[in-house]
Design a protein around this ligand. Sequence first.
Ligand code: IMP
Length: 408
Amino acid sequence: MKTVVIGAQWGDEGKGKIVDYLARDAQIIVRFSGGANAGHTIVSGSEQYALHLIPSGALYGDKTVVLGAGMVIDPKALFDEIDMLEQRGISLHGRLFISDRAHIVLPRYIEIDKERDAARKKPIGTTGRGIGITYSMKSDRDGIRVADLAWQEKLDELSAADRSFLECYAERLSACAIDVCAYLSLHNDKNILFEGAQGALLDLDLGTYPYASSGISAAAGASLGGCVGPRALDCILGVFKAYSTRVGNGPFPTEFRAADETEGSLCQFIRETGREYGVTTGRPRRCGYLDLVALRYACRVNSIDKLILTHLDVYDTLSEIKACTAYRINGHETTDFPASIPALSHAEPVLQRFDGWQTPLGAVTHFNALPAAAQAYIAFIEEFCQTPVSIVSVGYERNATLVREEKL
Ligand code: IMP
């Protein structure tokens, strides 16, 4: 069984926790896109881990983890992360593999990324990890792949600084390098999880371009970046939060307006309760109502089979909640997600009100035991998106996860 897990919003949907949870039943976890711009927080017992490059299933000592061809890998960040895990008793020795087709982030790309974004009239607000520069070097056919570390002619084209950086990591990288296509075809009988990074709305083609990342964070990226054909993928899961967040700049139709007293305090409440600060950059995340127009678009454009709802418990104390069911743009209502940045920036959300449940969900152990108001909110989302919600997360811990067996 090959299962894809992607974020169905602008990233930070809680994919890390969900991949960690689903990884129990998988043998191999393949991260297929992005780089150290991602940040996944995983809570295991009293321990908390922040991962950027290593797939979230890595905390289980018996899982194989693979960094796929669609990734851009900063070797320093990678080995710092591996060393941090080793120090905390999690060894990746012999079970971490890297696609020989993955691209390498050089230190100067990181500098260019920061300089270029700062020089933009309207900065994208990149994470400053060299991601966009590495992907553009790749599409310019000037990038360096893991396989190229053994290609002397190619290395000779580089500056002395680039070469000496690569020399520091060449041996360790090459020791983990594999042909992922060949490896996965040998393990075709295994349960394989393809872990996305960022979110569908940050995808380079399908997201809010140019306020997007540069990798393929859509489900289609699992095939390309995971080195398997699209027909090999059995199931696509889309993770979303009970509300919306975004880091960096770009349109966000349902964003809480700071000037509005109610929305301003709702923003503060959600940011603090949901711990909405970037794992990679520490930036406070922008917060807003759940955007069902955007979520349905993500379901359609990624063929999401099942949705996974996270952070539902953040709403526990509220007497009412709202979600966006349409946009009003220049006097017209639409339920489709526009490509135009000016249209999205001027879109006013049409909000539907729902009763809150005012009950702590953290103690709930079965979906059917959720308060009726929470179930009604979920049923509305399913109907609107025409996609079932198969898992609901009500806390950070692994066991705060309600699985609907009938929807799996
Ligand atoms: P970059 O990927 O660093 O080039 O950043 C491009 C945009 O994507 C910026 O708005 C970032 O804040 C956003 N972004 C990149 N990675 C993530 C992520 O993992 N979660 C949320 N936003 C992200």
